[in-house]
Design a protein around this ligand. Structure first.
Ligand SMILES: *Cc1c(COP(=O)(O)O)cnc(C)c1O
Length: 404
């Protein structure tokens, strides 16, 4: 068996957008029961819908946390996951905010790798700008009305082929004035669904006014920069040959893994790095500002506006040179163009398909009558059993049962 398979020929890699098209093989699910205290082995499910009790705390009380990471195809056709360990660790932190039992790092990695391996043909060709976006999510899933911890949780991993925003023009951003996404001592540091829905109407309003990116200030004093609505904030100052990268340090922002990658790369370039409080008033001294996140990559900011004070700081119509250098260094690592000196990428392997062990010759013989029986009887259960035990189930868009 050749792994990974080549990219699917039925995809239009150049224009994928972010629309959910349900055109992949399926997703992965694992459940946790308080009774066993364990997560089940991952199951591959073709149907994109999840059956969930209508009284589940996920739907009623927002007991949910999620992640977002990416896979790219390297020049040799291999598939590279970007910083999966960091994403596993952050999901554990987010889960703790909403009383969801931790998905252990090993289990997170196994499930994510399995989801990508079973959808490997949806990882775009290296020559395109497209990528596979991976969305792990975890939620309280049994019917449970009390405001206490439920007894069952579901961990699911979805994948979607998506376009990279790469090479986009710098965008204008504005401060959101009449809403705070995160309270002091609140949940702003967790990637939990409840932090996002309340922001939508404010980003929509800003977009109507021509601002495609929105910035949050700290809720307590409204004097310091926190982060953009879906990405981290980076400010860059240049002074002759010396460059300083500034990143807000706050308990109420998401610890952006993209931002962390930028910090590490900046240090490797010999640039100064400061992670500290960033007063809004300092924004006028930045030479470049970037919004950074897994989905947006490095999005250069053209200007920062604050309507209530009539301030507008302009950074330029073109991506700055430091932004470009950071973006291309990160892109080269993600896409396997250069040696990954930081140990950030994982190369997907055939074993990530979690195939049953190859049966030995005697076992194959013993199973033969089962196949005949099954062909005559058309017993679906036996079908699946026969398929998984005796036939090498090469993952394909069709299900194992149909293949048999
Ligand atoms: C996900 C997210 C980020 C970016 O995190 P990355 O790890 O870089 O993808 C930043 N801010 C918010 C609010 C986010 O939800």
């Amino acid at each position: 068996m050749v792994f990974p398979p080549a990219p699917s020929e039925s995809m239009e890699w150049a224009n994928l957008g972010l629309t959910v098209k349900d055109n992949v093989n399926g997703h992965v699910e694992s459940t946790y029961s308080v009774l066993t205290g364990e997560w089940t082995e991952p199951r591959f499910v073709e149907d994109p819908h999840i059956k969930i009790h209508g009284l589940a705390p996920a739907l009623n009380y927002g007991q949910q946390a999620y992640e977002g990471l990416k896979a790219h195809r390297g020049p040799d056709g291999n598939i590279l996951l970007y910083r999966p360990v960091a994403h596993a660790d952050r999901l554990a932190i987010s889960s703790s905010y909403v009383s969801i039992p931790e998905v252990p790092q090993e289990h997170f990695l196994k499930c994510v790798k399995y989801a990508v391996a079973r959808n490997a043909e949806f990882v775009a060709p290296h020559s395109t700008e497209a990528l596979l976006y991976i969305r792990p999510l975890v939620f309280g899933s049994n019917g449970h009305l009390a405001l206490s911890a439920p007894t069952e949780y579901t961990f699911a991993i979805y994948v979607q082929p998506a376009s990279a925003y790469h090479g986009v023009q710098p965008l204008p951003a504005c401060v959101i004035e009449d809403f705070d996404r995160a309270a002091p001592r609140g949940t702003g540091g967790a990637k939990v669904g409840g932090n996002y829905a309340p922001v939508i109407r404010h980003t929509q309003k800003a977009a109507q006014q021509g601002y495609h990116v929105t910035l949050h200030l700290d809720a307590q004093t409204r004097t310091c920069v926190e982060e953009f609505s879906t990405s981290g904030f980076i400010g860059i100052k240049k002074n002759g040959d010396s460059v300083t990268v500034v990143i807000p340090d706050s308990k109420t922002v998401i610890q952006s893994i993209t931002s962390d990658s930028c910090l590490t790369l900046a240090k490797s370039f010999g640039w100064a790095v400061e992670k500290r409080e960033v007063p809004w008033s300092e924004c006028k001294f930045f030479d470049e500002v970037i919004a950074v996140g897994t989905a947006a990559s490095l999005l250069p900011i053209r200007s920062l506006s604050r309507p209530s004070t009539d301030e507008k700081f302009v950074y330029g119509e073109k991506a700055g040179e430091c932004t470009q250098r950071l973006a291309s260094a990160m892109r080269n690592i993600m896409r396997g163009n250069v040696k990954d000196e930081f140990g950030w990428t994982y190369t997907l392997q055939e074993k990530d398909l979690l195939l049953p062990e190859e049966p030995k010759a005697e076992e194959l013989k013993a199973e033969e009558p089962l196949i005949e029986e099954q062909v005559i009887g058309y017993n679906a259960t036996q079908d699946i059993k026969a398929a998984t035990v005796t036939i090498n189930p090469i993952p394909a868009p069709t299900s194992v049962a149909v293949e048999a």
